[in-house]
Design a protein around this ligand. Structure first.
Ligand code: PGA
Length: 249
């Protein structure tokens, strides 16, 4: 199995001054207490990619983005292509986050097309799936996740899957370890069904109110290969604690 992967999703947060302070604190923290057994990435907003990328030079932290367009270039005002992201130094891109599905009407097909384009450009896509509170209440979690996996992940997928129950994002209420174990086990079985042998080793992250207090128990759940962290990734001390809570850190 690969190393755990801890990804910070800054969402729509970050101006030059606070981005600089945050990255410096993270890099200093990792110099003082290395976490060589963990892959770490941060995904700032587009406008901070160049700055953050320059601050991460020689640091054991990869750069990622939060979305991309499916096309290589052209008449798509306001959009960013996968190649622009690699050119800016990004190695990862988050795709299909529930906030993009909600705010921009992204559906599984949109996400799948972006995943194909991102992989073609050499990025590692981190594809988010997760059920809403209503879907969970009505017992649809597995069918929703099954459809999202089928619809969002293209043939030959080699990226990362992030299980993010929508009701757990930004609420301070992470799913319980029992629920995460059961649901991530289901996701693993679906990945094996869809991708055979390679489905056994695809990384599955958990996301949704991961913080310094719960990271240790979440990151040791079977089949959980890391975390996608929103709010706590904006606080260097909390993010460092999460990184150091990963097995093998
Ligand atoms: P949160 O966000 O950690 O603030 O819940 C996670 C995410 O949306 O990726």
């Amino acid at each position: 199995m690969s190393k755990p992967l801890v990804v910070g999703n800054w969402k729509m947060n970050g101006l030059r001054a606070d981005s600089t302070a945050r990255v410096k604190a993270l890099v200093d923290g990792l110099r003082a207490q290395p976490a060589a057994g963990v892959d770490v990435a941060i995904c700032p907003p587009f406008t901070q990619l160049a700055l953050v990328g320059s601050l991460l030079e020689d640091a054991p932290v990869a750069l990622g983005a939060q979305d991309c367009h499916k096309a290589e270039r052209g008449a798509h005002t306001g959009d960013i292509s996968p190649e622009m992201l690699t050119d800016a130094g990004a190695a990862y891109v988050i795709l299909g986050h529930s906030e993009r599905r909600r705010d921009h009407g992204e559906i599984d097909e949109t996400v799948r097309e972006k995943v194909v384009a991102a992989a073609k450009a050499g990025l590692t896509p981190i594809v988010c799936i997760g059920e809403t509170e209503d879907q969970r209440q009505s017992g649809e979690t597995e069918s929703v996740l099954g459809w999202q996996i089928k619809g969002s992940l293209p043939d030959g997928f080699t990226g990362v899957v992030a299980y993010e129950p929508v009701w757990a994002i930004g609420t301070g209420l992470a799913a319980t370890s029992e629920d995460i174990e059961a649901t991530v086990g289901f996701i693993r079985a679906e990945l094996v069904r869809q991708f055979n042998e390679s489905g056994k080793t695809l990384r599955i992250l958990y996301g949704g109110s991961v913080d310094a207090g719960n990271a240790g128990s979440i990151l040791t759940i079977p089949n959980v290969g890391g975390a996608l962290v929103g709010g706590a990734s904006l606080k260097p001390d909390a993010f460092l604690s999460i990184i150091h809570a990963a097995p093998g850190a």
